[in-house]
Design a protein around this ligand. Structure first.
Ligand SMILES: [Zn+2]
Length: 107
């Protein structure tokens, strides 16, 4: 793969900064021009868009527990799969949090 600016040699690199995330890509050894991994960049743009969204979720009862369904677009963007564990807790008297426990993209 060659640099489109200077025709220099592109090298695979990790940790290119993009919207406060670090992602993989390629960097020109001569002029420093960087290309981002398109899938990783797209995922960050999707996550940033979803951070501004709010979802209205319905609680369903199974035996004595209330079940919350995570929307597909959220589980896909976060890479959550059936059977995985998340950390759940109360933030305040009327606010809850859910943290994925496996490695995801971190700022
Ligand atoms: Zn270059």
């Amino acid at each position: 793969m060659k640099c489109y600016k200077c025709n220099g040699k592109m090298e695979s690199v990790k940790g290119i900064r993009f919207n406060n995330y670090k992602i993989d890509g390629w960097k020109c050894g001569s002029c420093g021009e960087a290309y981002l991994n398109p899938e990783q960049a797209e995922r960050i743009l999707t996550l940033n868009k979803m951070k501004k969204q709010r979802f209205r979720l319905k609680l369903n009862q199974v035996r004595s527990n209330l079940i919350l369904r995570i929307p597909k677009q959220v589980s896909t963007a976060l890479g959550l799969k059936n059977g995985e564990s998340v950390e759940f807790g109360l933030k305040t008297d009327n606010e809850m949090f859910i943290h994925p426990l496996k490695g995801n993209l971190k700022p």
